[in-house]
Design a protein around this ligand. Structure first.
Ligand code: GUN
Length: 291
């Protein structure tokens, strides 16, 4: 029988712990604060940011949301980041990606105070992660590790294949999988758009993490019997319904679940964990900054 992993249930249990830590910190006079910044009118980005703010409310974290017009200058965004860096009530800063083309992404990431960089995208934090001394683990790959731990899925000695080489998921996921300790010690292969014979690689995977952002690109034929399949994709595809779209993953769920030993659905798989780990990192940030 294939296990369909319930990401909401795992995220709820993490959020229960986070809520308790928020209370402890707040009682000690440090209420964790998270600022989200959006410089986009993309519907999906707006939805993600509002979900992050809602999670703050539910957990007692002080959320603040900042919108910068996508037509504004890069300096308008940098000035706002500078203000948030200087604000002691803000412990975490998240600039929702992508930013418009006229704003250099790297400059944005480097502008955020690394101690407030709860995404873990600042080069200092990326360097620390690669060195095995992470300050904040990036939320989505960290969430994938939490899923594996909650389901009792061993990574040590296993062949893991990550499909996608993004800075947000693919690269940090592979890095975490090869590190020493729980959720690591795997043999990780990273595949991407130039990989020749992708299916030959994915069929070797005991653990397959799909994070390419291509709707349903992995089907059952590409999966080893009994493998754990973690689908990080959240793709909007046109649909004949009220919203005009539906969400599908990078994995074709129906055929994949016939082969997988365990699989995350979309929605309700990795997505809730990304938000839970952001809340977790915000509490870490508040705690670091209160020392
Ligand atoms: N865009 C898509 N995923 C993410 C994320 O985890 N953090 C930020 N800041 N932007 C994103």
């Amino acid at each position: 029988m294939t296990t369909i992993i319930d990401g909401n249930e795992i995220a709820d249990s993490i959020q229960t712990d986070v809520r308790a830590s928020v209370e402890t910190l707040t009682d000690a006079g440090v209420r964790p604060g998270l600022a989200t910044v959006l410089m986009s009118e993309d519907g999906a980005s707006e939805t993600y940011v509002s979900m992050k703010q809602r999670a703050c409310e539910e957990l007692g974290i002080e959320g603040s949301h900042h919108e910068i017009s996508p037509d504004a200058s890069a300096d308008a965004l940098f000035d706002r980041i500078d203000e948030l860096n200087a604000d002691p009530s803000v412990h975490g800063i998240l600039v929702q990606m992508p930013v418009p083309d006229h704003v250099e992404k790297r400059a944005v990431l480097e502008r955020i105070d690394p101690v407030k960089d709860v995404d873990g995208f600042h080069p200092e934090n990326v360097g620390r992660l690669v060195a095995g001394n992470a300050r904040y683990k990036p939320c989505t790959p960290h969430g994938v590790q939490k899923i594996l731990a909650a389901e009792g899925i061993e990574t040590s000695g296993k062949d893991a294949v990550v499909v996608g080489r993004s800075d947000i998921v693919g690269k940090p996921m592979a890095n975490l999988l090869i590190q020493y300790g729980e959720g690591g010690n795997a043999t990780a292969t990273v595949c991407h758009s130039r990989t020749e014979d992708l299916a030959e690689k994915t069929r070797q995977a005991d653990l397959l993490v799909a994070a390419a952002g291509v709707p349903e690109m992995i089907d059952g034929d590409m999966i080893k019997e009994g493998a754990t399949v973690v689908d990080v994709g959240i793709n909007r595809v046109d649909a004949d319904n009220e919203k005009g779209y539906e969400l599908v993953g990078d994995v074709e769920f129906e055929s994949a679940k016939e082969r997988a030993g365990a699989i995350t659905p979309v929605p309700g798989g990795v997505g809730p964990l990304t938000i839970a780990m952001l809340m977790y990192n915000t509490v870490e940030a508040a705690s670091l900054q209160s020392d």
